[in-house]
Design a protein around this ligand. Structure first.
Ligand code: GLA
Length: 398
């Protein structure tokens, strides 16, 4: 299946019918996609570079305005309905899906955007806890839905930043901006090269003879478990220690590998390795962008392997199942590169595969992983998909 060529009408019709049945009215429909990251992992919160691409799995939100200050939200995945008052949204993370709803609504209101009550139904296609950014896709789709019915006007960039803030303050993950940005700004057929400091971005077309194939290890990750935030604070420690000698350094983005080596002895070993991953990963993203623009799939693939090794050895966010998927993929004909994608500790690999070899790749990797682990991986063949918007039948309204 190529996710972006899926006919969406059945999903929309089912969601509309579900909404009508539950709330007795018509709904507007919004959606935002999940993503893979081609390269540039754990660089976004270091002001660095990333190259994500949307996949054709979306979080869908059906919404209609209510006359009061209540949000009634039904999640299809959890088969659960919650009720929230827009007057009482504060509080610490509860480790429940409602944190996202509370967080997005509260953050929008704290920024001065008065929301109105709404009924909502959420339908998620992005696998949860798989490193494919189900969280950001929910936040962005929800923010679009809530602001639309309240008649609130805010720029896409402000919306993206508020969604990221919601995740920090109401979910507890100090994530970077990549996922929310990509969910909002991606365009079909393209990866997006983002400078996470200036937030300038460039679309990079994925050559039509290549496919992005996602292999889900089926090992669930849990970013909020603390490991993610620990990586982030190791990076901040590195910056503080380097600033003693390099006062111009504001983030690891500003550090050259030569400087890191020069002051290596001043950093705890673990902090040094975390920094080395980020510094070298930023270099790889820039090289990968040049390779993609030159249609050099081999070079791009090589950088993906290097990225994976760095995440495994220096950043220590891989796991044995992800390492196995990468090792199993590399000898398969037509594979240019493979690496873990997303936060890590489980989840998925992304594989750059020649279009002609995709079906063969799919069956070989499935068999091999099953044989080694007893687990059947989910394998999705993706083409870069369109970013968030309102569903209007044929396409998104931007
Ligand atoms: C998660 C975060 C992102 C990014 C990646 C790692 O997906 O939400 O901001 O840090 O991990 O690259």
């Amino acid at each position: 299946m190529i996710a972006s060529t899926v006919n969406r009408e059945p999903t929309v019709n089912r969601l509309t019918a579900l909404f009508r049945e539950r709330f007795g009215s018509e709904a507007r429909i919004f959606r935002a996609p999940g993503r893979i990251n081609l390269i540039g992992e754990h660089t976004d919160y270091n002001d660095g570079f990333v190259m994500p691409s949307a996949i054709g799995f979306y979080t869908w939100v059906a919404v209609a305005k209510r006359p009061d200050r209540t949000l009634r939200v039904y999640s299809e995945i959890f088969d659960e309905e919650i009720t929230l008052s827009l007057e009482e949204l504060s509080g610490p993370p509860r480790r429940h899906w409602s944190d996202f709803i509370r967080g997005v609504a509260a953050t929008l209101q704290e920024a001065g955007h008065r929301l109105s009550g709404a009924n909502l139904v959420i339908h998620g296609e992005v696998p949860l806890g798989a490193g494919l950014s189900s969280s950001a896709s929910l936040e962005v789709a929800l923010a679009l839905a809530l602001t639309a019915v309240a008649g609130v006007n805010l720029s896409r960039l402000e919306l993206v930043k508020l969604c990221q803030k919601a995740e920090h303050e109401y979910v507890g993950t100090r994530c970077g901006i990549m996922d929310q940005f990509l969910a909002s700004f991606s365009e079909e057929g393209n990866a997006l090269l983002l400078d996470c400091r200036s937030l300038e971005y460039r679309l990079l077309p994925i050559p039509r003879n290549l496919r992005l194939v996602v292999c889900n290890s089926m090992v669930r990750h849990e970013l909020a478990s603390g490991e993610y935030n620990l990586r982030r604070s190791d990076c901040e420690t590195g910056v503080k220690l380097l600033q003693v000698h390099l006062p111009a350094v504001k983030a690891l983005r500003d550090v050259e590998i030569q400087d890191l080596e020069l002051y290596r002895s001043e950093l705890p070993e673990r902090v040094y390795r975390r920094c080395r991953h980020v510094v070298t990963e930023n270099q790889r993203v820039r090289k990968a962008a040049a390779a993609l623009e030159a249609s050099d799939a081999e070079q791009f693939g090589e950088l993906m392997y290097q990225s994976h090794a760095s995440l495994r050895e220096d950043y220590e966010v891989s796991c044995k199942e992800l390492d196995l998927l990468v090792a199993l993929a590399s000898p398969i004909p037509g594979v240019f590169g493979a690496r873990m994608t997303g936060g890590g500790f489980g989840g998925c690999t992304v594989n750059l595969v020649s279009a002609d070899n995709t079906a063969d790749f799919q069956s070989r990797i499935t068999q091999a992983y099953l044989q080694e682990t007893g687990i059947t991986p989910m394998v999705y063949v993706c083409q870069p998909a369109q970013g968030a918007g309102e569903w209007t039948g044929a396409s998104n309204k931007v």
